[in-house]
Design a protein around this ligand. Structure first.
Ligand code: PLP
Length: 437
């Protein structure tokens, strides 16, 4: 079978593909001690209950049930769902949007695939790129470019805080220098960021907004874990918006990943383009999630569920996991955790460790502890700079696991970290843009 370039691209050495496959095999093949690897939302009974009640109400309504199961919605999304989203965003954030500013896609993953390729790639003889102003960034973006080299990114500034913590900041000098090349089609950030849990600050967002304005390009903000729901964000953060911003919201992290609903809000012209692409790729987006979520968004129950159930759940799990990490990890070694600001993950940096995150992943897997090696989370770094040691010194950990997994898995992680540092030390030290505090 001969595949096209596009076919080879989708079946090739995609980091996410390999990893999902490996994670799947690891889960099927052995008794796991701790699954710190996956990206599923945790199963929270009160969330399942609220979703079940909404589904039951829809099923009891014959008219709605027939429409939910039997209709293709328009490629833009379900009309009632879109009206509810518009009213919700205007009610809470005064965006002043209309239905023309919204497009619903089969999950935000698919939405980004269409959006990235609508904006970047070959264009009038030039090559346009999506710029991530701060990496690490979401692994799921990395292989989404149909054209080669569709992503560019800038290394962050690293602020070391205390003995075992750090935080990333956007290096605006680097971003502005990159923008000067004139090939950037859009800026993209996830907020909070998967994998690091970093929340791009309000002033950073404002500055990105200004840069997008100056370059006349969209600013894509992926709110999968953030605002307005589930809102798993620790520091005060405001929803950033102007007429060049595209916000994405996902129903996945509020408990409906299998329903595949991504909501995009942005300039009407771009949302129309996304709708056209969706018509070609999918005809229409799945309806079930839109029907389940619509009453919850209309009544603001989704905010209450986020505030009263989802946020406390993840914050409690994060506190529990952090306590165990502080208790078990060797205090005399230079490991650091990214300051937890949001999302469902911890991002662990083994500063100067002589083994790579991939090696550590393999060792941990042997012991029934699954993590995600960090090196996949640096989309768009030029090859020379991808050799940046930091990119191979980090692990992503899903901390929202049951007590038993945290209590058994974290000591094993601690042992493997001690073992990693006990290996032959590297001769060269990594160079970082460090802000010492
Ligand atoms: N964006 C981020 C930052 C994510 O972490 C994920 C999923 O893990 C997605 C987008 C994709 O979400 P969806 O289920 O809406 O496709």
């Amino acid at each position: 079978m001969q595949l096209s370039d596009f076919g080879r691209k989708l079946t090739g050495e995609a980091g996410i593909l390999q990893l999902m496959d490996d994670l799947g095999k690891a889960m099927a093949g052995q008794e796991l001690t701790a699954m710190f690897g996956g990206g599923n939302p945790a199963r929270i009974p009160a969330v399942t209950d609220a979703l079940k009640k909404s589904l039951e109400a829809t099923v009891r309504d014959d008219h709605k049930l027939a429409a939910m199961l039997g209709n293709y919605d328009t490629p833009q999304g379900n009309a009632a769902f879109i009206d509810t989203v518009v009213a919700f965003m205007n009610r809470h954030y005064q965006l002043g949007i209309t239905a023309a500013n919204v497009a619903v896609t089969p999950g935000s993953q698919t939405g980004y695939f269409m959006l990235f390729n609508l904006l970047a790639g070959p264009s009038n003889g030039a090559r346009r790129r999506i710029l991530f102003p701060l990496v690490p960034e979401y692994i799921g973006y990395a292989d989404q470019g149909v054209a080669p080299e569709m992503f560019a990114s800038v290394r962050p500034r690293i602020e070391k805080t205390g003995d075992h913590e750090f935080k990333y900041h956007i290096d605006f000098d680097g971003v502005e220098a990159r923008l000067k090349k004139g090939d950037v089609a859009a800026l993209g950030v996830s907020r909070p960021t998967n994998p690091s849990g970093n929340v791009v600050t309000d002033p950073e967002m404002a500055r990105l907004g200004e840069l997008a304005q100056k370059c006349d390009i969209p600013l894509l903000v992926d709110n999968a874990y953030g605002l307005p729901f589930p809102g798993v964000i620790k520091p005060k953060a405001t929803l950033f918006w102007n007429d060049r911003t595209v916000l994405s919201i996902s129903l996945s992290k509020v408990g409906l990943p299998s329903s595949r609903v991504g909501i995009f809000i942005g300039p009407a012209e771009l949302m129309q383009a996304l709708t056209s692409a969706n018509a070609i790729v999918s005809l229409a987006s799945p309806g079930i999630g839109q029907y389940i979520a619509e009453p919850l968004i209309r009544s603001d129950a989704i905010l209450e569920l986020s505030r009263e159930v989802i946020q406390p759940y993840y914050f409690e799990r994060a506190t529990k996991a952090r306590k165990l990490i502080d208790k078990h990890f060797p205090a005399d070694l230079p490991w650091r955790l990214h300051r937890f600001e949001g999302s469902y993950f911890f991002w662990l940096w083994l500063d100067g460790a002589p083994v790579t995150s991939k090696q550590l992943y393999d060792r941990l897997k042997q012991r029934g502890v699954i993590v995600v090696p960090g090196e996949y989370f640096f989309p768009g770094l030029p090859a020379a700079r991808a050799a940046w040691p930091h990119a191979k010194e980090c692990l992503r950990l899903n901390f929202a696991r049951p007590d038993a997994e945290l209590e058994q898995g974290i000591p094993i992680l601690a042992e493997e970290i001690a073992r990693a540092y006990a290996a032959e030390p590297r001769t060269t030290r990594a160079k970082h843009l460090i802000i010492q505090k």
